[in-house]
Design a binder for this molecule. Structure first.
Ligand code: AMP
Length: 120
């Protein structure tokens, strides 16, 4: 899987404040914001502030603090948005998964009864 980071991607530009986003929460090493095309009533993206292409890149190369801050931000988001009935975490990695933006991100989905994990 290609782990060559390309700065020409939307999330890099969001982190550089070149394009806006609707922030939910952030800490030193991660940013959470609403997905521009929500697939559920609650659809938030959590991204590391460091340049990582995908989960393999992130979990292989990020520092322990970066990984901790990323995980803590997910917890902060679900607590802040009061997702008491459950939520789903999805991370697409690589072309066959449908990953569109080559900067590692976790989707947090919820706010309704979610369907099966995969369409096919
Ligand atoms: P993926 O297909 O897993 O790479 O997910 C990329 C996600 O980024 C999609 O759900 C898009 O709707 C979302 N997205 C793309 N551009 C933006 C943006 N400018 N602000 C917020 N979310 C975005």
């Amino acid at each position: 899987m290609n782990t060559q980071y390309n700065t020409n991607n939307v999330f890099y530009k969001i982190l550089q404040k070149q394009i806006p986003c609707n922030v939910v929460a952030e800490n030193n090493n991660a940013l959470a914001f609403y997905d521009i095309n929500p697939q559920a009533p609650l659809h938030v993206l959590v991204i590391p502030k460091g340049n990582y292409v995908n989960a393999v890149d992130f979990f292989s190369n990020a520092t322990s603090l970066e990984i901790l801050d990323f995980n803590n931000l997910i917890i902060e988001v679900v607590q802040k948005l009061n997702v008491v009935k459950g939520f789903r975490l999805i991370s697409n990695n690589g072309t066959e998964s449908g990953q569109e933006i080559p900067h590692y991100h976790m989707h947090i989905l919820g706010g309704k009864q979610l369907g099966k994990l995969l369409d096919n």
